[in-house]
Each structure stands twice: as structure tokens, then as C-alpha cells.
Design a protein. Structure first.
Length: 140
């Protein structure tokens, strides 16, 4: 029973990883639908920027979902997800020490919201990298 659970947890993790990109995808979808702003520092996202973001997040979601059944994609999917989650989290870490404008849907993103983002995406990114390294070690 324990062996079966171990085998089932990895595909489940890829489903979770795919889901982890949905809030980012939905953010750009919603802002496009409502015509609201998305500002990070001096960068005010254009509609084109958000369409490109939707495309990238769609690829990340698809890559993780395909990794449920295609074993060869797993390490690269988790490495990509892990590094990008840590990158997003690092932007918020930087913002905590050096505040800069961050606006979502026309509202200012608070420092406490950035702290929550760090608390969620950085650990998840690290777990992705850990699982990727474990899967890579199993292949070697």
C-alpha cells in the first residue's frame, strides 16, 4: 500500500504544479477582460504583454499536465516551474526591502500581499526543485 501511495503522489504533484500557474494566468485574463491595470515597478503591462503572459502560463500549465503521463518531461517541467516560482517570489522579496509600485486590477498590491506571495511561491518553487532533483537522481 505504501509503495502504491508513493507512485500516485508524483502525478498528483504535477497536477498541483499545473494548478499553481492558474492564479497568474487568471490575473492576466481578468485584467484583459476588465481593461484594468497591471503595473510592476515602471513596467505597465500592455494588452500584448498580458496576451504573451497568458500564452506562457498556458504552456507551463500544459507542460505540467503532460508530465503526469509523459515521464521524460517531468524533470524539465519541475525545474522550469521551480525556477520561475522562485523568480516571482524573489521579485516580491526585493519589493519588501525596496518598495516599488505594484498594481493589480487598478489596486495597489500591499506589502503584506507581497509577503504572502513570498510565503507561498518560494517554498513551492523549492519543493519543485527538490522533487525534480529526486526524479533526476532516480534516472541516473
Amino acid at each position: 500500500m505504501k509503495e502504491q501511495f508513493k507512485g500516485n503522489i508524483i502525478p498528483l504533484f504535477f497536477g498541483l504544479s499545473a494548478c499553481s500557474w492558474m492564479p497568474h494566468w487568471a490575473c492576466h485574463y481578468y485584467r484583459l477582460e476588465t481593461g484594468t491595470s497591471f503595473v510592476v515597478g515602471s513596467w505597465s503591462f500592455t494588452s500584448t504583454d498580458s496576451y504573451v503572459s497568458l500564452f506562457i502560463y498556458t504552456l507551463l500549465i500544459a507542460l505540467n499536465l503532460m508530465s503526469i503521463g509523459i515521464l521524460k518531461l517531468r524533470v524539465s517541467a519541475l525545474m522550469t516551474s521551480g525556477l520561475l516560482h522562485i523568480t516571482i517570489g524573489s521579485i516580491h522579496v526585493y519589493r519588501l526591502w525596496h518598495p516599488f509600485p505594484f498594481e493589480v486590477f487598478g489596486y495597489t498590491w500591499t506589502q503584506s500581499a507581497s509577503l504572502r506571495e513570498v510565503a507561498i511561491v518560494v517554498p513551492f518553487g523549492l519543493v519543485c526543485l527538490y522533487v525534480a532533483s529526486t526524479l533526476f537522481a532516480r534516472k541516473s
